[in-house]
Design a protein around this ligand. Structure first.
Ligand SMILES: NC(=O)c1ccc[n+]([C@@H]2O[C@H](COP(=O)([O-])OP(=O)(O)OC[C@H]3O[C@@H](n4cnc5c(N)ncnc54)[C@H](O)[C@@H]3O)[C@@H](O)[C@H]2O)c1
Length: 387
């Protein structure tokens, strides 16, 4: 198969738009040798939102029900950009129907569900992928290379944060992300899983953790048609909805390789528009990253001469093949949408080559184990061990 036929589910939403753009765009940068994609179906239950879908992928079927896409023999890949609580049910149905599945994070509501999905995919020999695109910025491949080459020695400590302020304002409108029926693990499955993807990619498996989940603002006004992170003028007549999943979480963890971790994330850090950072300390050096300098890695090496030591700033540029695919000059910056284009290219290459690429549903399962452990640990108020 060289052209993969894709159905995008939740097509009018943020991720639906970005994924559709990414399938259409990636061959401009990565060529066609790894295959191409054709968006043949777009599923959207909201008819108002669906109004402009025809423009987005001319000729694609516009469907209201995800089941129609899953049952369609002319679809090879089901791309799930639906709210979290639908991921498991839809991914399961798609895998059982023999489709490859690319699912936005979090893969599932529980690790048991994720395990089942990974097992079905393995039994059927299907390609799977979870949408942890942040880690696919080539700057993190560089971090992984430095670690694999032993340049920072044995990893002893990992420290990471991811904060946004969409819920810093106590009057910011209610959204599905704050509803435990639609997003059972709240910020843990939302933002937390991105941090956990860095842990999985760069450090290794987590063996135990203790977490403290918290809700910052317990009730929020319901404002019709308000979008993600939008400020809305309140009339004073709004209904109020309970926030039923965590706004934030602080975690201490231990990795199977002996490293220790300190991680925090929230959606209520007033003023932090998007703060994503990690620091990795080893016996011979360390790495430091912040999304504010999205293509820059800071690397400290104890191998440098005494008196000359310090963090060097490495900006990933066109000497890196993935960066060069987009830009011939350094410091022109790859951002969020490019990470998604890289991800779409890799998903299609996986399908045409039959080679799985990280993060598969196996990685998604471990990330869901960490989510489960956070929920359990916070409920019990103690350390929990991951299976
Ligand atoms: N990887 C990332 O960086 C990233 C970023 C944002 C969101 N996400 C994930 O992507 C998923 C979607 O998030 P979003 O921000 O795009 O949400 P969104 O609310 O913008 O979009 C969801 C879309 O799905 C549609 N929808 C809901 N139920 C449906 C159903 N049963 N059938 C058909 N359509 C339905 C909605 O009408 C909406 O258009 C979530 O799981 C979220 O966690 C990932």
């Amino acid at each position: 198969m060289t052209q993969v036929r894709v159905a995008v589910l939740g097509a009018s939403g943020w991720m639906g738009k970005v994924h559709t753009m990414a399938y259409q765009t990636f061959p401009h940068f990565f060529g066609t040798a790894g295959g191409t994609a054709s968006v043949v179906a777009m599923v959207e239950e909201n008819p108002k939102a669906a109004a402009d879908l025809r423009f987005r992928a001319p000729g694609a079927k516009i469907l209201r029900s995800w089941r129609e896409a899953v049952d369609d023999p002319e679809v090879d890949l089901i791309d799930i950009c639906l709210p979290d609580s639908l991921h498991y049910e839809v991914a399961r149905a798609a895998l059982l129907a023999g489709k490859h599945v690319y699912c936005e994070k979090p893969l599932a509501d529980t690790a048991a569900q994720a395990r089942e999905l990974a097992d079905i995919a393995a039994a059927k020999g299907l390609i799977t992928r979870v949408g942890h695109a942040f880690a696919r910025n080539p700057v993190h491949d560089l971090a992984r290379e430095i670690i694999a080459a032993g340049e920072i020695g044995e990893i002893k400590m990992f420290k990471a944060s991811q904060h946004v302020d969409i819920y810093g304002d106590p009057l910011a409108p209610f959204m599905w992300r704050a509803d435990a029926n639609l997003a059972p693990t709240g910020i843990i499955g939302d933002t937390g899983t991105h941090v956990f993807s860095f842990m999985d990619f760069l450090v290794g498996r987590v063996s135990e953790l203790i977490a403290d989940n918290f809700i910052v603002t317990p009730r929020r006004p319901v404002v019709a048609a308000s979008g993600y992170g939008e400020q809305a003028a309140l009339s004073g007549n709004e209904a109020w909805a309970d926030v039923t999943n965590p706004d934030g979480c602080n975690i201490l963890c231990r990795f199977a390789n002996g490293a220790r971790g300190l991680v925090d994330f929230s959606r209520a850090a007033t003023g932090r528009k998007f703060q994503q950072t990690y620091e990795i300390y080893g016996t011979k050096g360390s790495l430091s990253y912040t999304y504010d300098e999205v293509n820059r890695l800071r690397f400290y090496s104890s191998a440098d001469a005494n008196g000359r030591r310090g963090f060097r700033e490495i900006d990933v540029g066109p000497e890196n093949e993935t960066f060069r695919a987009f830009l011939p000059l350094p410091n022109f910056a790859l951002g969020y949408n490019e990470s998604k284009i890289i991800e779409a290219a890799e998903v299609i290459r996986s399908i045409t080559s039959g080679q799985q690429m990280w993060p598969t549903f196996e990685a998604g399962h471990h990330i869901c184990q960490i989510v489960d452990a956070c929920m359990e640990s916070s409920r019990l108020g103690r350390w929990v061990t991951l299976a």
